[in-house]
Ligand binder design. Sequence first.
Ligand code: FES
Ligand code: FES
Length: 900
Amino acid sequence: MEFELNGRHQQREPQPGQCLRTFLRDCGAFGVKKGCDAGDCGACTVHIDGKPFNSCLVPAFRAEGRKITTLEGLASDGHLHAIQKAFHDAQAFQCGYCAAGMMMTIATFDDAKKADLPHALKGNLCRCTGYRSIADALKGVSVLEDDVAGKACGANLPNPFTDDIVAGRAHYTMDVAIEGLLHLKVLRSPHAHARILKIDRSKALKVPGVCAVYTWEDVPRRLYSTALHEDHLVDPDDTYMLDNVARFVGQRIAAVVADSEGAAEAGCRALEVEYEVLPAVFDPEAAMRPGAPLLHDKDVLTDNGNIFCDLHGEVGSVEQGLATADVVHEMTYSTSRVQHVHLETHGSIAWKGEDGRWHVRTSSQGPFIVRQKLCYLLGLRTRDLHVFTERVGGGFGGKQEMVSEDLPLFAAMKLGRPVKWEWTREEEFIGATTRHQMTTKVRLGAKRDGTLTAIDIRVVSNTGAYGNHGSETLAAAISSPMALYRCPNKKAVGYAVYTNMVPGGGFRGYGSSQTTFALECAIDDLARLLKTDPLALRRKNVVRQGDMVDSVWQDASDASFGSYGLDQCMDFVESALKRGNGVAKPEGEEWAEGTGVALAMLECGPPTEHRSGAEMRLRADGTYHLAVGSSEMGNGITTAHKQIAAAIVVSRIGAIDIVNADTDKTPYDTGTFASTGTVVAGKAVHLTALALAGDILDYAAKYSGTERTLCRLEDDAVICGNKRVPLREVYDAGTKAGHRFEAKRKGYLSPRSIAFNVHGIRLAVHKVTGEVRILHSVHGADIGRLINPQQCRGQIDGSIGMGFGWALTENMAHNEHGAMINPNLRNYRIPAYADVPPTEVFFADTHDSIGPLGAKSQGECAINPVAPAIANALANATGVRFAHLPFTPDRLFARLAELP
Ligand code: FES
Ligand code: FES
């Protein structure tokens, strides 16, 4: 077949049945991304003869005689296309995975389309940005400031990978060509609970191209947890690589390795599995009852049956607090199971290197813990295994899990060839983890004047078939959300319960989102009973600077207010809603309008051990090299880390290069999760840069014969009194004398500061159809000093967009057999451009005394108040408390139709 690819003539045959996307990637055009397999996400958009197409929907043979352009070919004569420049200047991406398809689509827009982005961009999804920065790019906004030595902290400096992302050169996990690569696919269980009696692999092994089939009988029989935590004891060891019992629809049953993905899939279809179907239980309350089917056997279960973790805490006496209350509110609220939908699916490639060691390239938030787990499972020594990430296309907690690395490495070790496993979008929904579905019963007591006398919650968390993150999310659920309000009597009881559902896992907000939803709805309901303003009730009861951070535990907490900006956040949201934005509700009496507010508070990091290391060295040319163990997954930590380092060594960020998340090249890091990228890894960078700066100054003082106090760093030199000694000269002199200008430090989490977020919503709801329109969205964030304001804004926008999805559009629907019935982006519905109205974002002016350079965490907490603010606005509009997420039109309609 002959065609033109990015201006170059090509002669190459596609494989039978191959789509254009995989064919172009086989041609090395990795700017063509895969986010789904069904034309739903737009990540694979290319131009065919100048028109945009989802290349995953185009048969490869249709390229015959056509001119194909991918992002790599969009620039011409060495100049970026206008849209590439616009994305560059507006920093219109975070992980950047969607950006290739976005830019290819937008590059074809005429003025009419640019003026109607909600329609024009409906086929391109972004999970990270909340679309605000993309809209900015189209408006020609430039957010970038100059990279000035000594002024890095607090400046809007570009993501260090910007040039590669906009040019299509940024390489993600699967963007690599490896000679002799084999492909792995898995057969997944059709049953929610079944024992495997027999697997006949004979037909699968006869499929042309199939090299091997592995079942539970072939892999090491070692229990582990897929959760990535440094403290392995916080998650139950309840999982085998491949098991002889299926506990949810979608569990891996067998792995097939072949010389093409198609052959591996055909091999899976040819496997014959005999199952003994077992009784299943999906509802955690039912799973807790005596006689319920037990998910695990005695190796895993305790005497509590399917309850694998129960937590009880109380301060004061809730019963006394309720007895002395003038008003008591009691209600049950529940949150839904949702999926992370990072646009880059899970995937790993494993091979043996020329150094005789094993290498795993993976899309992970924690390569160091992945290495530990792989060594444990496969009997390797740590030094014989190298785990690393390339650019990661989003995580949100979904990649704080070892789910794609073990089988490729196992197969590579068996077969002696490189093996790749890339998940499909459907597998993400049925086989990866989700946000834990939680049901929270709340009892609140208050005096007539609004003073809280009791807060009591009972949380039941449906952890699904395996307990990864189940106990930690439960602990988070009853920690910071319970500490947000002053109250002498607080009690929480929580149960994490096994059911035959897809497992829960870490997810932005990590348990706190679920109970924040319940408590913030309940506070509003209490305000209605007290006939008082909900925000005034909150102001009366919120914690204040100087308070202890008390949830329900008797033990002292290591969390404290390193800064406090909750009052500023509330002020901003209140005044913005009062001021309004001029957007009126649609005309017609069927539309009701309402306003709602919710607060959230989150500790800056997990209560368990978390540490990170950084290494920095001066190079011969006077620039710096920085190595940090944390993964960059679109959260912007590489930019923040460079800015922190540059601020200390008084350089430009352009003079620092960075490598991250590589067990060979960077110091240890527990993982990028629980909002630790800035406060823990950033602390390690801060300490390292301080140590290196001190070392350079010490040496320069000695070398120049200047008093140390008269020496200071400048961009590429040390100013020693009235002499300017270039860093190159310092380096040369030091190196000749055997001195190495390098430093290495660790950052630890404790003590933890506190971040706050407040969200305000004004919306209209159609009382007949249940349609919701957001009219005004306002957010206040107290995240300490902003290391990079536009990046912080991006994280907040992304969280809010995800919050809209959780509240209004997303839902994992399962049938009565536990099988998901909408495992695709089209029917699951993460928010598209049209679903995410702009939010006014305000940052509290605070400087944290704990976090590096005054910064606090920001990656997670902003999502927490969004759903309850929407729920409270709906209650305000209709007088009906919608207590169960999601608020899709059909569910709202069902309640509204009952109204008189
Ligand atoms: S990968 Fe083609 S539209 Fe999603
Ligand atoms: S930046 Fe759009 S999916 Fe990550």
